[in-house]
Design a protein around this ligand. Structure first.
Ligand code: SF4
Ligand code: SF4
Length: 232
């Protein structure tokens, strides 16, 4: 059973804001050279780091730039000063008023906190989709005996599911399940809180991220499982 989370009680503002060493930036531009979205709407990770270092965080918070970054981390690999640029971006996102977080991310996260998944997909519909996908796999040679495993206590692996895999990309579920089946793996999917996409992470909402991760941990404890496959 998913216990709805009161989002208002999650927020806390007592953490250090900028523990990312951006003040050692020497403006070499290596980050901008490697960033795949550098130049989009004037975005440039070097500018982000410089603005943060100069204390102009509010300008960053109000700009679109933090939401252009994909948080891929390529810039961090290139930075000779080891500035944690993606973490700077994530912290900027965390400082934006939650109601001003871009639409789908905000709504999806609210849905996940309230229902256990970003889609507000009811449990019965979720289970129907899982069985439907399993049925399609069973029609393929070699997979006639495949069973979808839900809430299997004592399984070796618990796997979360990206919401798009039960929405628009059900084909992508099949790859995982076929591998499990072929390997003789003991695996299961939780019927509650199965969401593998943490928009708490992507929106800089540490409290929401922890709440969602905590739910997955609780599922593992309840099902006595010690290995997690978290594809997202
Ligand atoms: S993490 Fe963001 S800023 Fe860094 S390279 Fe990726 S998209 Fe660019
Ligand atoms: S690569 Fe590092 S040191 Fe160079 S501009 Fe970017 S953040 Fe600054």
């Amino acid at each position: 059973m998913t216990t709805p989370i009161d989002v208002a009680t999650l927020r806390s503002n007592d953490r250090p804001r900028w523990p990312f060493s951006q003040d050692v930036c020497m403006t070499c531009g290596m980050c901008a050279c490697t960033c795949p979205v550098s130049g989009v709407d004037g975005f440039d990770p070097r500018k982000v780091v410089r603005l943060a270092a100069m204390g102009l965080e509010q300008e960053l918070v109000e700009s679109r730039w933090p939401w252009i970054c994909t948080m891929c981390g390529k810039c961090e690999q290139a930075c000779p000063m080891e500035v944690r640029i993606a973490d700077v971006v994530r912290r900027i996102r965390s400082l934006r008023d939650r109601a001003q977080v871009p639409g789908i991310l905000h709504k999806g996260l609210q849905a996940a906190l309230e229902t256990g998944n970003n889609l507000r997909l009811p449990k019965d519909d979720f289970l129907f989709i899982l069985e439907d996908v399993a049925g399609e796999i069973r029609e393929e040679p070699g997979f006639e005996g495949l069973q979808v495993q839900v809430d299997k206590k004592g399984a070796r692996v618990l796997t979360t599911i990206h919401n798009k895999l039960v929405n628009t990309h059900t084909e992508d579920l099949k790859h995982w399940w076929k591998i499990f089946h072929a390997a003789g793996e003991s695996w299961t999917v939780s019927s509650e809180n199965w969401e593998g996409t943490s928009w708490g992470y992507f929106t800089g909402d540490d409290d929401a991220m922890k709440a969602m991760a905590g739910r997955i941990l609780s599922q593992m404890e309840a099902l006595e499982i010690d290995t997690l496959l978290w594809p997202e």
